[in-house]
Design a protein around this ligand. Structure first.
Ligand code: AGV
Ligand code: CA
Length: 325
């Protein structure tokens, strides 16, 4: 059996970020070595509490948690940031004591530098919020190069390449995806960094809305893990009926990319320029300079991904699921 891939997971506390944490901890080929939180599409206290509880529920209290202290210039709407509070209000979560999980005092970018550069094997960074913490870690003059050299690859839910974005603001032309828009400079710094980056943009996630049929199929599993996952997703259904506010398996697909066989998706590679100012801040645009060459997931087999998600998000919290593929 090949060794597990060491992963640092940086998320921003949304409902699908928390579901992604649960999913990631259940993937058989992954060793999560730490979780960092970006204070973006959440209120960080809620994100820390839910993260600690999910780690406790799944028997992973040894995994350290930390929080970022850098904010981007374009805040998420307060209603979105408040939405994930419902997750730690669920009965299973309320009953779970999480006191033994350690929350680091160091800010996330410093913690990342230390953790990644000192790890004995190369580290994959999965990110499901803005790129802020990692961008600060790798652009740092003193330590950045050492950190970059121990990164295997970055898988990031961010960007909209050949499709429209999901930012609807008065001073924006709608071309950007929210994670890329929250901190456009961080987006550019990551894309220009030369690190091996796989974007999971809206081009790929648009084929995976959270639909009633998906929720019905998950519900037939009737296990502790699938019931909690279904309850988390139930809190997003007010977003289902209208296109602009549809909830997608954004972060979930990004997490799946760590275990999905390559025959089930198509990748493109090219140079990407990042808009920094209005009206297209955060836009990830096909462009000419060789500096920003990255890969992105252009298309996925949505049925396979849905089946994979239901497979891994079923069973008992304390029991590892069998291999999906
Ligand atoms: O743009 C997608 C990113 C993902 O990381 N987030 C939500 C996911 O966690 C921002 C976002 C876009 N539309 C949203 C979002 C909505 N309707 N509610 C909450 N967050
Ligand atoms: Ca997110």
């Amino acid at each position: 059996m090949s060794a597990k891939q060491a992963v640092v997971f940086d998320h921003d506390g949304g409902i699908d970020d928390l579901l992604s944490l649960l999913l990631l901890l259940r993937l058989p080929n992954i060793d999560v070595i730490g979780v960092s939180i970006t204070p973006a599409d959440c209120y960080p206290d809620d994100a820390v509490l839910s993260t600690k509880k999910i780690l406790s529920l799944t028997g992973n209290t040894h995994i350290p948690v930390c929080v970022g202290n850098i904010s981007g210039p374009n805040p998420f709407p307060p209603e979105w940031r408040a939405q994930p509070k419902v997750c730690h209000a669920m009965p299973v979560m309320l009953r779970t004591n999480s006191d033994s999980v350690n929350v680091s005092n160091a800010p996330a970018h410093e913690w990342m530098q230390e953790t990644i550069s000192k790890h004995p094997s190369k580290v994959t960074v999965l990110m499901t919020g803005p790129a802020t913490n990692l961008a600060a870690a790798i652009t740092d003059e003193q330590n950045g190069t050492r950190v970059k050299s121990n990164i295997e690859r970055v898988v990031w839910m961010g960007g909209a390449i050949d499709v429209k974005g999901n930012v609807a603001m008065h001073d924006h032309n709608g071309t950007a995806e929210w994670n890329a828009y929250w901190h456009p400079k961080a987006t550019r710094d990551l894309i220009d960094s030369g690190v091996n980056v796989l974007l999971v943009p809206l081009d790929a996630t648009n084929s995976l809305p959270v639909s009633w049929s998906f929720l019905e199929k998950l519900a037939t599993s009737q296990t502790p893990v699938s019931d909690l996952a279904g309850q988390f997703w139930a809190a997003t259904v007010t977003a289902i009926p209208s296109y602009e506010f549809t909830y997608f398996l954004w972060d979930i697909l990004s997490t799946c990319m760590l275990a999905l066989p390559s025959k089930h998706y198509r990748v493109e590679t090219g140079c990407i320029e990042v808009g920094i100012t209005t009206p297209n801040a955060g836009q990830t645009l096909r462009g000419g300079t060789s500096k920003g060459e990255v890969s992105w997931v252009a298309e996925v087999d949505a049925d396979v991904v849905r089946n994979m998600v239901i497979h891994y998000l079923s069973g008992e919290f304390s029991q590892a699921p069998s291999d999906f593929c």
